[in-house]
Design a protein around this ligand. Structure first.
Ligand SMILES: N[C@@H](CCC(=O)N[C@@H](CS)C(=O)NCC(=O)O)C(=O)O
Length: 202
């Protein structure tokens, strides 16, 4: 097994953190997305979407989409569970995973891509769209702060993949100057707890 990774990018970080939380050791190959290495014919043969991360299995099968990679690893290595075990746990965790991905992670990503022009060699930035996405991300951070007033982690008492997704989004949001606000005491408490985990350093 091998993970194609870009160390500075937030999506592959989600998979690196997941691997660290599982206590796994998977060889990593760096791909320079700023230089467009992810867009080569060889990389597109592994992921036609031209995105990183990609998990390549020993038989050459490639799995991309970070949640799909984590789903595969969870099935192979169920402990510690990061997707939940009971039907209720799985449902609640996936609910927060989807919320964190759609309303926070993707919004931060769109804000970055459309306001920075970092990928203008491969897309047409629409700055107004990027700014709107940034506003959406900020709104979700307010919602998350309220939710974390009565929940240790996103899905309740158990740390899960939803925390990893939200954490990588909040950390990357600083690049587009979206920050946890002083009044976000609950979000700050959660953020510090996330930063204290060894997986935050990979
Ligand atoms: N939905 C995909 C998103 C992957 C993605 O957008 N990766 C970014 C890095 S954070 C990328 O490879 N960007 C390079 C490009 O767009 O050319 C996933 O969850 O894996």
């Amino acid at each position: 097994m091998r993970l194609y990774d870009t160390h500075t990018a937030p999506t592959p970080r989600r998979v690196r953190m997941f691997i660290a939380e599982k206590g796994l050791s998977i060889p990593i190959e760096q791909v320079d997305i700023m230089a467009g290495e992810n867009l080569s014919d060889a990389m597109r043969a592994k992921n036609p979407m031209g995105k990183i991360p990609i998990l390549e299995l020993d038989d050459g099968t490639c799995i991309s989409e970070s949640t799909a990679i984590c789903t595969y690893l969870e099935a192979l290595y169920p402990e510690p569970s990061l997707f939940g075990q009971s039907a209720l746990e799985r449902g609640v965790i996936m609910q927060w995973q989807q919320r964190a991905e759609l309303y926070l992670f993707n919004q931060v990503g769109m804000c970055f891509q459309h306001t920075s022009g970092a990928f203008k060699d491969r897309m047409t930035p629409v700055p107004d769209y990027g700014r709107e996405a940034g506003i959406n991300a900020s709104k979700f951070m307010h919602l998350l702060n309220k939710h974390l007033a009565t929940n240790t982690y996103l899905a309740g008492e158990a740390y899960s993949i939803a925390d990893i997704t939200a954490f990588c989004a909040v950390e990357f949001a600083r690049v587009v100057k979206i920050r946890v606000q002083p009044e976000h005491v609950h979000l700050s408490r959660w953020l510090e707890a996330m930063r204290a985990r060894p997986s935050a350093l990979v």
